[in-house]
Design a protein around this ligand. Structure first.
Ligand code: BGC
Length: 811
């Protein structure tokens, strides 16, 4: 069942009922100011960091769900409603939400009044802009009152939701004209405030939640709206809000639009005050002036749309498969931008208060983003590398605002270092810009410990090479990619972190998965060394890689598939002799992607086993059989009920690894089958089962052991976005950036007759046409660039600014 439809021309998902199975959200903002916005206008705003600079409050586990947001109440006589239905939930005569790229438009109609709420964050500005247009579609005049409402957060979202003994005394606001300034803590250490403004003089306002909503009131029934209007309240402590009232008289057919904004302003220390106790508003007033009328609003929106047009024009495909084109050309790339910006910090499943930027997460997010804005990818790589320790290990997470490592989680996730090589390698392939390797980057954010980025990569490589266990496989530490496979932790007490309990570094527990990674990214490192003119180091690296590859094929091979790990007692994890958890997806994907066992048939066998033992109609589950009881020696993975999360859920992130692995072996039919099973546009029809947004990937879909098989959770912020983009663009469509140019080597279903694509690469544009006259799955028989035949599959970089016409004939 569907709850809307894709409008590909406008690049929007159009939601036709507010009663979606869960709030379906969008992200507004793409650099520093962000707003999460649901299909009913729920959500919240923050500046850079959802924990440390939260502008508006959100209560995640509230009931009813999704109460806070940027809401308008519309009152006509005794009828009160919202354009997006929430939170009053008055039945609307019509409703529609359009989530576009960086903007959302919600429109509701009640009793011949139409209200249209348009929202977006302008490019390169720190504010949310909102326009409400109210139209009278009745035959006679109408009088309505309109109340916009937001609730401020007292900046640090963790403190805000816990330290009430202090916080109920700190709140401060100022009101000037049609602007409400939230200045809590500005009197002391903060140099920033928030401003809510409207472009029209209001007929009333409130800044105290108690006054507007009522001490025992609720957003579904604000006392001011249902009673006799706003009371000009000033918040002194408690819970500052911004609410206003506009009384509108509308002639038949008349439209009135009012502009609103929510901005974040920083002032230099010596320019904080205009007069004692009165904040300096000049920057805020300049911001308000920038968006003073409809023309300014429209042109800022046009700039945003043009920006997305340009971003997406770097990669597009025309395949004759509508759902595929829509995923590749629009939604998958859009999600890659969002994951690049958010890492795993703020969504409707990530509170913004817990995880900040993940080291491995952000490195992987780069894989799907680097082609869009390589300069931002460059900056991110340097930020991530600065959280690495001198021995090559790394902080597992860091805060986006401070860029400092998160001490509470610390390090010890032994796959982390290698992901830095993966992310940097992707950047080098995309740009050819080796100068990044010379950038001086601190270790542990300590400038005195700065070294060139290439030294960071060397230490990443060495960390793994020097932390091998009894079988010559990499030691796992606290966990590898699978955060929940905690082989050295032994957590027995509720409330403890599964990951940070117990010894950091066990000398025994090993990961076959990291072995696969080491082979894949170790080879990339060796190649980088060679390019840097260090052939000896390159051969040394290749020797270390070969040794681990041999160990994977020996102790890591189970007969029909790759094992997952060895636990702290030296027992196999993910082998046929195990009682549960006999086979895991991760090492099958990673080892085959690394090319391990290609020659000896193990790669083929491993993928056969995946098909036979892990496939389901909704995707490939992470392992089988699911763990039915808690196993101290395995940790969090066995804490989940069977079928959920890492305990045999369909972890979407590693499905594309299988896509890439299948393509590595030339299996185009199977690669596409795996791709399509989890691709959102392909499963839009089962939205009532899937429940999360049908335009983006979720981290996890409940597996076949779960009671809710097929139900997704943790939408938006998942490495699935980057990996699926990589799997479809590079493995299936076969357009792969390489150090020496662009490789064209598709691996497609036999019945696909070809496709065309446009790829921007190092400043040149490639118009690519792939023909598959013989219905093969892989293999380019002839490659022509601007009419000239090119040997092999590699096209050397074209002149920046030029256009190259590429024809690849498969056969
Ligand atoms: C984390 C990843 C991890 C994955 C598998 C995600 O929630 O963000 O870092 O690799 O789970 O455990």
């Amino acid at each position: 069942m569907r709850f809307g439809y894709f409008d590909d021309r406008k690049r929007e998902y159009v939601i036709s009922t507010p009663r979606t199975p869960l709030p379906w959200i969008n992200y507004l903002g793409s650099e520093s100011f962000f707003t999460l916005c649901s299909n009913t206008a729920g959500g919240y705003s923050f500046y850079r960091d959802a924990r440390l600079r939260r502008l508006t409050r959100y209560r995640y586990n509230n009931s009813p769900l999704d109460q806070e947001g940027f809401r308008f109440y519309i009152k006509e006589g005794d009828t009160v409603w919202n354009p997006g239905w929430q939170p009053v939930q008055t039945e609307l005569d019509s409703y529609c939400c359009r989530h576009g790229l960086g903007y959302t438009v919600i429109e509701g109609c009640k009793n011949d009044i139409r209200a249209r709420q348009e929202m977006f964050v302008p490019v390169k500005d720190d504010c949310l802009l909102v326009r409400l247009t109210v139209s009278n579609e009745a035959g006679g005049a109408k009088r309505v009152s309109v109340f916009p409402y937001i609730e401020f957060c007292l900046w640090d979202a963790v403190d805000d939701s816990s330290n009430f003994q202090r916080n109920w005394s700190t709140g401060e606001v100022e009101v000037k004209g049609s602007a409400i300034y939230h200045k809590t803590e500005y009197r002391e250490r903060r140099d920033h405030y928030a401003v809510f403004w409207s472009g029209r003089e209001p007929d009333g306002f409130d800044t105290s939640r108690d006054a507007f909503i009522g001490v025992y009131g609720s957003p579904a029934r604000p006392e001011a709206v249902f009673g006799s209007g706003c009371t000009s309240s000033t918040a002194h402590g408690w819970q500052p809000v911004a609410a206003q009232q506009f009384d509108l008289d509308l002639d038949p057919g008349e439209d009135v639009s009012i502009l609103f904004g929510l901005g974040y302003i920083e002032n230099p220390q010596d320019e904080k005050w205009e007069a004692p106790g009165i904040i300096n508003k000049s920057r805020a007033e300049a911001m308000i002036a920038r968006y003073a009328d409809d023309a300014a609003f429209d042109s800022a929106l046009a700039v945003l749309k043009a920006d997305w047009e340009r971003l997406l024009s770097g990669f597009s495909v025309s395949s004759g498969k509508e759902k595929l084109d829509r995923m590749v050309n629009i939604w998958n790339q859009y999600q890659c931008m969002v994951t690049f910006n958010m890492s795993r910090s703020a969504s409707y499943f990530e509170s913004g208060m817990g995880r900040g930027m993940g080291f491995r997460d952000s490195c992987q997010d780069l894989l799907g983003f680097v082609h869009m804005i390589p300069e931002r990818a460059r900056e991110r790589i340097l930020d991530i590398a600065a959280t690495q320790f001198p021995d090559g290990s790394a902080y597992h997470q860091y805060q986006p605002l401070t860029k400092k490592g998160n001490l509470a989680v610390g390090s010890g996730f032994n796959d982390d270092p290698l992901w830095l090589i993966a992310g940097t390698d992707a950047y080098l392939r995309e740009t050819g810009d080796f100068s990044i390797l010379d950038e001086q980057v601190p270790f542990d954010n300590d400038e005195t410990l700065s070294q060139p980025l290439s030294e960071h990569l060397r230490r990443s490589f060495r960390f793994t090479a020097e932390h091998l266990g009894p079988h010559g496989l990499p030691l796992i530490g606290r966990a590898d990619w699978n955060d929940c496979l905690n082989l050295n932790c032994f957590s027995e007490h509720p409330g403890e972190s599964f990951q940070t309990t117990g010894p950091n570094e066990g000398p025994v527990a090993e990961s076959v998965f990291i072995g696969g990674m080491f082979v894949k990214y170790g080879k990339a490192w060796a190649e980088i060394c060679r390019r840097l003119g260090r052939p000896e180091e390159a051969s040394e690296a290749e020797k270390a890689v070969a040794a681990v590859e041999a160990a994977v094929l020996d102790a890591g091979w189970d007969g029909k598939w790759f094992r997952r790990a060895y636990d702290a007692f030296g027992n196999v994890v993910g082998g046929s002799a195990c009682e549960e958890g006999k086979i895991f997806i991760e090492p099958q994907g990673m080892c085959v992607m690394a090319g391990i066992g290609k020659a000896g048939g193990q790669a083929e066998a491993a993928l056969e086993s995946v098909k036979e033992l892990l496939d389901t109609k909704y995707g490939i589950v992470l392992q089988q059989p699911a763990y039915t009881r808690y196993r101290l020696e395995l940790g969090e993975i066995s804490s989940y009920p069977p079928g959920y999360k890492e305990n045999a859920g369909i972890f979407c992130h590693n499905n594309p690894w299988i896509v890439c692995a299948e393509a590595e072996l030339g299996h185009g039919d199977r690669a596409f089958q795996v791709y399509a099973r989890t691709a959102p546009a392909f499963i839009e029809d089962i939205s009532e089962i899937h429940r999360t947004e049908p335009y983006v990937y979720s981290q996890m879909i409940a597996g076949k052991d779960a009671a809710t098989f097929g139900e997704a959770k943790n939408s938006w912020l998942t490495g699935t976005a980057a990996w699926t983009f990589l799997s479809i663009s590079q493995a299936i469509l076969g357009i792969k950036p390489a150090l020496d140019g662009l490789v064209i080597d598709p691996c497609i279903p036999a019945d696909m007759k070809g496709f065309t694509a446009v790829r921007r690469f190092r400043g040149a544009t490639y118009r690519i046409s792939v023909e598959n006259p013989r219905g093969v799955q892989k293999g380019v028989k002839e490659l022509r660039v601007n009419g000239r035949v090119v040997e092999g599959c590699l096209i050397p970089p074209a002149e920046p600014g030029s256009t190259a016409d590429v024809v690849a004939v498969m056969g």
